[in-house]
Design a protein around this ligand. Structure first.
Ligand SMILES: [Zn+2]
Length: 371
């Protein structure tokens, strides 16, 4: 992070408040943190991410060349730039707030665009990285601590009623030809069984909330038409889990962009895929919970009998949380089956940190299960 990266963070009582302090704070948030919060994939080199919000390319590879680094390189000074292997990329370049602008609007943030500026500020405020509009006075009296405030801020979730409405109106996967064909042909998964068990649905034509978008396109337009609920611990304790968000999988062969998306401008931190709100039920006999990675593996395992996989949760990057594992009884075995790559290892390690110390045995299975 830059030196002197906390402007506005130490306002004392009586100090003059700079109205643009939120922007200074937003600029000071490392690009990698912003990219992760936006649900982008972080490169294994620790200084790249993808896909590029400008051109949609996921990695730096050109046809005929291999390069798995994220398409956008992070530059010193809090900037990033789209690069391809051997030449400059599409020309997209910005800082942290500029990256958020691109993801929210699908365009470069033009100076003086107050409407986009308000959206960016809202996004950073939701993530606990700056104050919301109108909060300047409060921050003078009680300055926020930085960056602890970001770590403690509860993750932003899409409106619960909107999530419920989209799920309620979503047709069965067998009622959407593109979704059914992707499941059957690209993944070898039986659409009829998935519909019968109601594990996933097809994105409805309406309603289409603002968060169901990717760049300037709706999920429908970008091909993210297979939706799966994301669950978090039930705050009322009536059941173990409660639906908190949705995860949308692209069903196009050549999307070019992100394979799977969570609601735009919100976080899926600490949320998981599950077979039901009482997810532990079918693992009770074996005292076994399996945690897998990604939508296809989750669907493939959910179709297996419980005698094979015990109880089941599906994770994505950022899912691992102490609150979820606090629902698992002590003494259970927890098998983490993530992909045999760096992303899978990262997720497994994140789960492992939470599993150990809970009196549960950690088992690791390094493989991709679905086709
Ligand atoms: Zn680009």
């Amino acid at each position: 992070m830059d030196r002197g990266a906390r402007p506005g963070g130490s306002c004392g009582v009586g100090e003059v408040v700079n109205p643009a302090a939120w922007l200074d704070r937003a600029k000071a948030v490392p690009v990698l943190d912003v990219a992760a919060a936006l649900g982008l994939s972080l490169g294994r080199d620790g200084k790249s991410f993808g896909p590029c919000p400008g051109c949609g390319a996921a990695t730096r590879a050109n046809p005929g060349r291999r390069d798995s680094r994220g398409r956008c390189a992070i530059l010193p000074g809090g900037w990033w730039h789209c690069y391809s292997n051997g030449s400059d990329g599409c020309g997209a370049t910005a800082d942290s707030p500029g990256l958020v602008a691109w993801q929210l609007t699908g365009e470069r943030w033009q100076k003086g665009d107050a409407s986009t500026s308000a959206k960016i500020r809202e996004w950073f405020a939701q993530n606990g990285w700056c104050d919301a509009p109108g909060a300047e006075r409060k921050s003078v009296v009680a300055p926020r601590r930085w960056p602890d405030a970001a770590a403690e801020a509860p993750p932003s979730r899409p409106n619960a009623m909107e999530v419920a409405q989209v799920w309620f109106h979503a047709p069965a996967v067998t009622d959407d030809d593109a979704v059914a064909e992707w499941l059957e042909r690209a993944r070898g998964l039986p659409a009829a069984r998935i519909a019968e068990l109601d594990l996933a649905r097809a994105l409805p034509a309406s309603p289409s909330p603002a968060w169901a978008g990717y760049g300037a396109r709706t999920w429908r337009e970008s091909g993210h038409r297979l939706i799966v609920p994301l669950w978090g611990p039930d705050p009322d304790g009536r059941s173990r889990l409660r639906m908190a968000s949705l995860h949308a999988r692209c069903v196009r062969a050549s999307g070019g962009g992100l394979k799977a998306l969570s609601p735009r401008g919100h976080s899926h931190r600490g949320l998981v895929m599950a077979v039901s709100e009482d997810f532990l039920g079918d693992g009770a006999e074996q005292r076994l919970l399996t945690i897998c990675e990604g939508v296809p593996d989750f669907l493939a395992l959910a179709l297996q009998p419980a005698t094979v996989r015990g109880a089941l949760l599906g994770g994505i990057s950022g899912s691992a949380s102490a609150a979820i594992l606090a629902l698992v009884p002590r003494g259970w075995d927890v098998a983490v089956a993530t992909h045999a790559d760096a992303g899978g290892d990262n997720q497994a390690n994140a789960w492992r940190r939470e599993i150990e110390g809970r009196g549960c045995r950690y088992l690791r299975c390094r493989r991709q299960l679905a086709a």
